[in-house]
Design a protein around this ligand. Structure first.
Ligand SMILES: Cc1cc2nc3c(=O)[nH]c(=O)nc-3n(C[C@H](O)[C@H](O)[C@H](O)COP(=O)(O)O)c2cc1C
Length: 184
């Protein structure tokens, strides 16, 4: 078994929905054990044992929110001993606008993972179209991007984005298994 932890923050529940679909995608891969870990409830021991960590946060003011940044800063204790060296990493962000500067938040997550010496995973998912039922409609390959309207987390992000999150989770799970077997 490989273990993957999804570390996330969600102010209003939309990114949490995305995290749950990433988790579902991870669990769809035989041999993958996955868990969700909100930044308010970080367990450093579990993260130390994980094969891969997926970082997820909404985009607020063109960057990750303060709560997630606090987790990043707190992880400097791990950084001192390179405790996450060679673990796999990937990231996702959700925001209100179609662009909304999501790329900046993803690049923050990528830079953070690289500071820890982690191996950043891309997201090679071909867009199926531009509509709300299409997958990877936002065309992101650095990580997963989803978009939510000004509505409740039960209603938005749309179905296509949720399926994209499942593709993303499955993709991470498959790569974690390959990394474990030395095939990547
Ligand atoms: C403080 C704040 C800043 C935001 N900044 C952005 C932004 O820069 N770009 C954007 O597209 N949406 C922005 N939004 C909208 C959120 O990204 C959007 O509502 C998202 O669904 C929130 O995710 P959450 O429910 O997981 O907190 C912002 C929302 C808040 C509350």
């Amino acid at each position: 078994m490989v273990s993957v932890v999804v570390v996330f923050h969600s102010g209003y529940g939309h990114t949490e929905q995305v995290a749950e679909h990433v988790h579902k995608g991870l669990l769809s891969v035989a041999g993958v054990q996955a868990s969700l870990m909100p930044v308010a409830d970080i367990n450093w021991d579990i993260l130390a044992k994980a094969d891969a960590i997926v970082f997820g946060a909404p985009t607020y003011m063109g960057s990750v929110p303060a709560q997630f940044k606090q987790f990043m800063d707190d992880s400097s204790k791990v950084w001192f001993s390179m405790g996450w060296l060679d673990k796999l990493a990937a990231g996702f962000t959700n925001s209100g606008a179609l662009s909304g500067d999501k790329q900046v938040a993803l690049q923050q997550l990528q830079t953070f993972a690289c500071q820890h010496g982690m191996v950043w995973l891309s997201f090679p998912d071909q867009p199926s179209g531009l509509g709300p039922n299409d997958t990877n409609r936002l065309g992101s390959n650095t990580g997963l991007m989803t978009q939510s309207d000004n509505d409740t987390p039960e209603m938005t992000p749309p179905a296509g984005d949720r399926r994209t999150a499942e593709h993303f989770g499955a993709h991470i799970g498959q790569r974690a298994l390959r990394w474990r077997r030395g095939l990547l």
